[in-house]
Write a protein that binds this ligand. Structure first.
Ligand code: G1P
Length: 900
């Protein structure tokens, strides 16, 4: 099997002949904003944002279609030209023949090394690429050419990196005209391009970015000549795969300090002819990047174009990321532990690339969505919690007073931008995520006072939950809701959460479930804005309301908070009883009344609400929702399977159950009814049976998102236009599958939860079918291929699930609780399963010891030892936070948890 083979426990892996697989790409990037994608033949791109692409943007199809990749040529005297990246017409023609050159990839976090050997030319290349973890806006490449023959070879080496240097928009919008903007200059070390203007959606503006390529030999010899213009480099009738100037080894005429204008550019950099002795090598360093001026490239050349500097920076970069990835696992399955190392890294990638800048992710212009904001915090809470409090607080500033939220998220933390395009879209799930993250934060830290922190509300044109416009508002008023006295109003985080959940509670369709609006978690359920309902998310909101009530009880009982300040307007949403809740129209009127009260400004008056009453009201609503769903949405089909219906379509028809062409079942409704405890234990068992029967498919990695409806259901969403088994239409969609695992574990169904994760992992790990590098992809397609690798929110959920559910290492109001749900087969030969992680700013290694070899369900936590010393606990295995914080911050501590 051509599996990726791990070489250590830092995620480094090896793969033979990687270019024999299509659509492979690898991320190398840094926090200074350089985002590259790189393929086994060094195709891919490099950019800082939508308008600043150094290499031309590539979507997945360009990965096999694009010739303008990073290349490095050696012309061997007497033999001809050879591409060290394998991108020459001649080498590619051998792809499926016996003469195919052997290649091997070795890669780790943010670095990529590809080796290639030609038996025909007796030559070998090894190219290491990485983006340093420093502030440098560069991608570096070290090329080592080895003469594998018994005789010396005379070689002419040329780095050839096509330079696009403009906005992604210009790919098919003034591609030629924008090349006329190019001002190209050769310097001693390479070629820089400083286009005069930018032509893109921002209008015509003076360009400030300088792009460039500089190169030197490993011992610091500078290049001798250049060929910066594409058409001269490829020659009449040539191409990047058969560049005439290379194939005929023509002399490059341009020397340093030349200026050229108005053509497509290429960083074609020629080195002095060199003799490479038998079995000896010659090394070249190439840096491509972004600067503000020519002198930036002089400095790049000065500091980076040396082999020693390159190697040092590479090691520093490896260490940097390794330090960041501070969770690791030890189970019986070492491959799984290593795979999880990559999963741990994925949320960091998503924070850098957003959802727009890898080849499958060719939509959007780089911004992150509301859901991502909150989801990414989940992983941060596990790995780097220091800034999370501030981040959560800032993010709550995106909530509108009608419970919806800003959808255009600025680049700065807490920056939300008014939607001037007047596009109103409300995702009805958005209000539910902030609470999940906040709850996790409070559990991990015990910082319940966070609920009483104050934050402003976002204000723009949209009112009444996306159904109306506030004509009185304009940007001059600013993006914050004001009180009548025109001062900015701030309410507590608790109030924000109540606003989100209470408005949702009243925002119902004719079946008295929460309206679907523009979509829920499933972005592709986007065609049922009028009458669609999401039972799935109704149950999540219900579960959240119950948990909000629990937090309020904690505030009351432990923190002695008897009254809560809330904006006066909110009282409207705190009236009502079951009779009112049963009445759709009355509910809608209440919501309307509330929305009218906060349409433009709000009063700014605060009322003091009795905590008991608030708890009773919130709990009443939670219970009502749960009972309503239990009573109305539990369905049984002709074949005798039962599960929860998750949706109503735009004709107000129930979506799931027996369909004309087979059973219609969706996973989402099951996940959230289980997670919110709407489903009883017996119901969970039935759901598992139904899911196993209708949704489970081992060939594609587990639980599909839905069965095949065999209908282009235009009254529900565009997903039904997708081919079945792809993306949101019935693929194994990692995010929802993992949330299914999470929900099952939460309810104590550890074997079933494990099955979900294990099948998904095993599938991804089976390279022959999944054809992805280690990591969890967004989904598995009908053929079993992993799709949209790296930038998926599911990674955060997987980390969370493995940490808090599988390993059961949980925060309990700041204390550290152990509730392991590890299966017997997951313990290693020493009957141990361990996790390293941070908690309360302490580095901990938690080792579960299952000496009696008991199965989950049979073992209990019996003893706890901190650094060898027994820690006595009363009933529940929980370590007091003070005990953890009294441990030395600078060293790792071992907590042994004995199971018996
Ligand atoms: C993507 C989106 C996520 C959305 C999901 C389903 O999933 O990022 O917000 O809920 O599709 O439409 P991801 O790629 O994060 O797994």
């Amino acid at each position: 099997m051509a599996n990726c083979e791990f070489l250590n426990n830092k995620g480094t892996f090896k793969l033979k002949n990687p270019e024999n697989n299509s659509y492979m790409y690898f991320p190398i990037a840094n926090e200074a904003g350089v985002m590259s994608s790189i393929t086994p033949t060094l195709n891919g791109d490099c950019k800082m944002n939508q308008n600043t692409f150094l290499l031309a943007p590539v979507s997945s199809e360009e990965l096999h279609n694009n010739k303008s990749s990073r290349n490095f040529w050696v012309y061997i005297d007497g033999l001809g030209a050879w591409s060290a990246t394998g991108v020459s017409a001649a080498q590619q023609a051998e792809a499926f023949s016996e003469d195919k050159e052997e290649t091997e990839l070795e890669a780790g976090i943010m670095w990529h090394k590809i080796a290639r050997e030609s038996k025909k030319y007796n030559i070998k290349s090894e190219i290491v690429s990485f983006v340093p973890s420093t502030d440098d806006k560069i991608e570096l490449m070290k090329v080592t050419i080895t003469n594998t023959s018994n005789e010396a070879k005379k070689v002419t080496a040329t780095a050839a990196i096509p330079l696009y240097c403009r906005s992604a928009d210009n790919l098919r919008d003034h591609r030629h005209v924008t090349s006329l903007l190019n001002r190209i200059e050769t310097i001693d070390d390479g070629i820089i391009v400083n286009p005069t203007l930018t032509f893109d959606e921002r209008g015509h503006k003076k360009n400030t970015v300088v792009y460039g390529v500089v190169a030197a030999t490993g011992d610091g010899e500078k290049p001798v000549s250049f060929c910066p213009i594409v058409e001269e480099y490829i020659g009449e009738g040539g191409s990047f795969e058969i560049p005439k100037s290379i194939l005929l080894n023509e002399e490059f005429k341009v020397k340093a300090n030349a200026k050229l204008e108005g053509y497509e550019a290429i960083g074609a950099i020629r080195f002095e002819d060199a003799i490479i002795e038998a079995n000896e090598s010659k090394t070249f360093i190439v840096a491509i990047g972004f600067g503000d001026s020519k002198s930036d490239f002089n400095s790049i050349a000065e500091s980076h174009l040396k082999e020693i500097a390159f190697d040092k920076l590479l090691e520093e970069t490896k260490a940097y990321w390794d330090k960041k990835i501070n969770i690791s696992y030890e189970t019986e399955d070492k491959q799984f532990d290593n795979w999880m190392y990559w999963v741990n890294f994925q949320p960091m990638l998503r924070r850098i690339y957003g959802c727009s800048f890898l080849p499958h992710h060719d939509y959007g212009k780089g911004g992150r969505g509301w859901r991502d904001l909150w989801q990414d915090c989940l992983a941060l809470l596990a790995m780097d919690p220091s800034g999370v409090r501030g981040m959560l607080l800032d993010n709550f500033g995106g909530v509108r007073f009608d419970g919806t939220n800003a959808t255009i998220i600025g680049t700065k933390q807490g920056e939300f931008i008014a939607d001037r395009n007047n596009i109103t879209r409300v995702w009805m799930d958005h209000g539910a995520w902030p609470f999940l993250t906040t709850k996790l934060y409070i559990e991990q830290t015990g910082d319940i006072e966070f609920l009483l922190e104050k934050q402003s509300y976002f204000k723009d044109l949209q009112v009444e939950r996306g159904t109306e416009k506030d004509t009185l508002w304009d940007l001059s008023q600013g993006n914050k809701i004001l009180a009548e006295n025109l001062e900015e109003y701030k309410g507590t985080i608790l109030e924000h959460l109540l606003v989100q959940h209470l408005t949702a509670f009243y925002d119902v369709g004719e079946h008295n479930n929460l309206k679907l609006h523009g979509a829920d978690w499933n972005d592709a359920l986007d065609m049922a804005d009028e009458k669609g309902e999401s039972v799935a998310f109704s149950s999540l909101y219900g579960g959240n309301l119950a948990d909000i009530a629990e937090l309020l009880k904690y505030l009351r009982d432990v923190k002695n908070v008897k009254n809560i300040d809330l904006a006066e307007e909110l009282q409207v949403l705190l009236t009502g009883n079951n009779e009112v809740y049963d009445n759709v129209e009355e509910k809608q009127n209440i919501l309307k009344d509330y929305c009218n009260k906060c349409r433009h400004n709000i009063k700014g008056k605060v009322v003091n609400v009795d905590c008991d009453k608030l708890i009773a009201n919130v709990e009443g609503k939670a219970n009502w929702l749960k009972e309503h769903i239990q009573k109305n949405e539990w369905i049984t089909n002709k074949e005798g399977y039962s599960w929860y219906n998750g949706y109503y379509d735009n004709n107000a028809r129930r979506v799931e159950g027996d369909g004309e062409s087979g059973t219609r079942m969706m996973l989402t409704g099951q996940v959230f009814t289980i997670m919110s405890k709407t489903a009883t234990v017996e119901q969970v068992e039935s759901i598992i049976k139904a899911s196993d029967n209708y949704l489970y498919d081992n060939a594609v990695g587990g639980y599909r998102l839905n069965t095949n409806f065999n209908e282009i259901k235009t009254d529900l969403g565009r997903m039904f236009g997708f081919a079945y088994g792809h993306k949101e239409n019935g693929a194994v969609f990692s995010h929802m599958a993992i949330m299914y695992a999470n929900a099952l574990y939460q309810r104590g169904f550890a074997f079933e939860g494990f099955k979900v994760i294990d099948t998904l992992y095993n599938h991804c790990n089976n390279f022959d079918i999944s054809r992805i590098y280690p990591g969890v992809p967004e989904y598995i397609n009908e053929k079993g291929r992993g799709m949209y690798n790296y930038l998926t929110g599911s990674a955060s959920w997987l980390i969370l699930t493995v940490l808090t559910e599988m390993f059961g290492v949980k925060g309990e109001m700041g204390n550290l609780a152990f509730e392991p749900k590890i299966l017997l087969k997951q313990f290693d030969v020493e009957n141990k399963a361990a996790i390293e992680m941070n908690f309360a700013e302490r580095k901990l290694k938690i080792e579960y010891i299952n000496e009696g070899k008991k199965e989950y369900g049979d073992y209990r936590v019996k003893e706890i030892y901190i650094n060898g010393e027994e820690y006595k606990f009363s009933e529940q295995p929980v370590i007091d936070r003070n005990v953890i914080t009294s441990l030395d911050e600078n060293i790792k501590h071992t907590i042994k948890v004995v199971l018996k």
